[in-house]
Design a protein around this ligand. Sequence first.
Ligand code: USQ
Length: 406
Amino acid sequence: MKIAVLGGDGFVGWPTSLHLSDAGHEIHILDNLSRRWIDTELGVQSLTPMDSIQERTRIWHAETGRRIHFHLIDLAKDYELLKGWLSKNRPDAIIHFAEQRAAPYSMKSDRHKNYTVSNNVNATHNLLNALVELDLDAHLVHLGTMGVYGYSTVGAAIPEGYLPVGIETADGRTVSQEILYPSNPGSIYHMTKCLDQQLFQFYAKNDGLRITDLHQGIVWGTHTEQTRRHAQLINRFDYDGDYGTVLNRFLIQAAIGYPLTVHGTGGQTRAFIHIQDSVRCIEIALNNPPARSSRVEIFNQMTETHRVRDLAEMIARMSGSKIVWLPNPRKEAPENELVVKNEKFLGLGLEPTTLGEGLLGEIVDVAKKYAYRVDRSRVPAVSAWTRDIAAKVEHDPEGVRLKSVS
Ligand code: USQ
């Protein structure tokens, strides 16, 4: 297949591009390199030394003989450029990762909120609009998030996208329907993925576009089979308070002798998936497109759920690290149960890589190898969800304490 990977320079986009190129597909990365600019804005860098996209693709070609093509395009701003590229290249499938994906970054200031909304929503809408205009029947696979559901299960498992409901009619009958699971975003970033869902529903219904939306949990790990092949193919690995996600952060903190930063009681339960499984799921989704004019296909892309404090305690036992219990900079439920259905990927052959499989140690080893690149002052998560929360917490740049001053 000829596949366009939008956002193919990012944390999941890069290993996905390698995986699919390895499987024999023709890969075109379209990316505006915004993630690299955000690193510059924030004054942080990936834990792992990451080469330019051109250098990465050169090494991939030298290693495998396969070409990954790169095109510098900003989906959200360069509609005509995007349309021109799609019109000329007419890919069979498009994978859409090209969105600002960090909740804390999206909540930093009014400017960051505006940026996240206009970047993410315009990127998705420009793409859908262009597909219709060009009459291009490419299968669109989008990276959504488990966060569209919120994380509370009211005692029932979260279904894969659609909720069966019975609606009482005026004449006393009950009409059965399947509706999109009610969205309940916890950040501006997560909200943009809820807006994406609505755009997909409309374009599938109105124009018959073939769309798959993958509601992914928190990704952990850094290497995949292909990124291991050469030092310069290494994936990015974020540890800072804005882009580092919880499990990878705890592992890096363990590696550099930094206390594990649990927000609140750590009673938050979240869904997780290893990066290797993430790229496999995308391949499975590509191989199972919905029919034209059918409803949007939705998969829950996760393999297990864990409570934040259980992860911290497990890593503390493994590494001898201390845990610090910090005032939570986010507005979120302090404790929640989470049960999620993921039978669709399992039914299509996904064999989950779980936390028990010895990979945690490998990640600590990667983190130790590059520990000299860590700026410890960038570890605390300081982006507060509301003005009230911001007033109650204060950041101690010398240590880990994001401490309550009230
Ligand atoms: N947390 C801590 N300590 C930390 C960092 C985070 O206790 O040092 C807590 C947070 O308060 C939160 C939980 O861990 O309760 C998860 O935070 P996270 O930063 O790992 O994940 P999140 O902000 O939800 O976002 C990440 C990705 C996003 C993806 C989402 C999937 O950045 O792109 O959509 O995970 S999900 O969480 O399932 O919605």
